[in-house]
Design a protein around this ligand. Structure first.
Ligand code: 13P
Length: 253
C-alpha cells in the first residue's frame, strides 16, 4: 500500500493563497507522486479545490479531506456542525477526527471522537483518527497508556470496521513547535498502536498509521522510513508547496 501524505491546512488559507498553493502543487504533482496525497482544506474552499481539479488534471488524484465531522447523523439542530453525509456529497475521501486542537480547545472526549469516526465510516468517509500524548504525559511515562486509551475508544465504538480507518499519531508537544519526535520515538508508538489494531482486526496491516508533528522536508525521509510509519499528517509544511512536495517525494515506495 502506498504511504499517505495528508496536509492539514487548519484554519489557514484564502481564495488568493489557495489558488497559488494549489497551482504550485499541481505543477509539482505532474509526475505521478510516490505517495497518495490528501488535503484537508477548510470547507468553504472545497468548491475552489474542485474547480482547480478540473483545470489541473494532476490534482485529480488528490483526496479531499475535512478537518472534523459531526458525531451526529445528518439532519438536526446542531448549529455549525457538518454531517458525514454532507462530506460524502462533496466527495470528501477523509475526515480528521480527534485532532488534539479539537480535544484541547473544543473539549472533545474520547467518546465523541469515537462517534465521529463511526459517522464517517457509516457514510464511506475514511476517518483519520488522531491520538497523541502531551508533554506532561510523556514526562510521566504515560505515552503508551494515553494513546492506547484514545484508540481503544474508537475501536470499541467501531469494532472490526477500524480496518477502514487511518490512525495518526500526533504527539501534542511536537505540533507546531518545531520539536519533532525522533524516528525511533515515532516507531515505538506506532508499533504499540499496530499491536492494538491487530488485536481488533485481522486486517491491521492495511490500517495506515501516520505520523504528525513538525514533519518537514528535512526530517520526513527518516520518519517515513520506519516500518510502522505509513505516511504523514502535515500542518505548517503543507502550506508551502515546495516543502509539501519534498515530503511527498520522501515517501518510501
Ligand atoms: P505541524 O506540522 O504544523 O506541527 O502540525 C501537525 C498537525 O497538527 C497536523 O494535523
Amino acid at each position: 500500500m502506498k504511504q499517505l501524505i495528508a496536509g492539514n491546512w487548519k484554519m489557514n488559507g484564502s481564495l488568493e493563497f489557495n489558488q497559488a498553493l494549489l497551482t504550485a502543487l499541481a505543477q509539482g504533482l505532474e509526475t505521478a507522486p510516490r505517495a497518495e496525497v490528501a488535503l484537508c482544506i477548510p470547507a468553504p474552499y472545497w468548491a475552489q479545490f474542485r474547480v482547480l481539479c478540473a483545470q489541473y488534471p494532476a490534482l485529480k488524484g488528490v483526496g479531499l479531506g475535512a478537518q472534523d465531522v459531526s458525531a451526529h447523523p445528518g439532519g438536526g439542530a446542531y448549529t455549525g456542525e457538518l454531517a458525514a453525509a454532507m462530506l460524502r456529497d462533496f466527495d470528501c475521501r477523509y475526515a480528521i477526527v480527534g485532532h488534539s486542537e479539537r480535544r484541547q480547545y473544543h473539549g472533545e472526549t474520547d467518546d465523541a471522537v469515537a462517534q465521529k469516526a463511526r459517522q464517517a465510516l457509516s457514510c464511506g468517509v475514511t476517518p483519520i483518527v488522531c491520538v497523541g500524548e502531551t508533554l506532561a504525559d510523556r514526562e510521566d511515562g504515560r505515552t503508551f497508556e494515553v494513546v492506547k486509551r484514545q484508540l481503544a475508544a474508537v475501536i470499541h465504538a467501531n469494532g472490526p470496521c477500524i480496518s477502514e480507518a487511518v490512525v495518526a499519531y500526533e504527539p501534542v508537544w511536537a505540533i507546531g513547535t518545531g520539536r519533532t519526535a525522533t524516528a525511533e520515538q515515532a516507531q515505538q508508538v506506532h508499533a504499540v498502536l499496530r499491536a492494538q489494531l491487530m488485536a481488533a482486526t485481522a486486517r491491521a496491516d492495511r490500517v495506515r498509521i501516520l505520523y504528525g508533528g513538525s514533519m518537514n522536508a528535512a526530517n520526513a525521509a527518516d520518519l517515513l522510513a520506519q516500518p510502522d510509519v505509513d505516511g504523514g499528517l502535515i500542518g505548517g509544511a503543507s502550506l508551502k508547496a515546495a516543502d509539501f512536495l519534498s515530503i511527498i517525494g520522501a515517501a518510501r515506495r
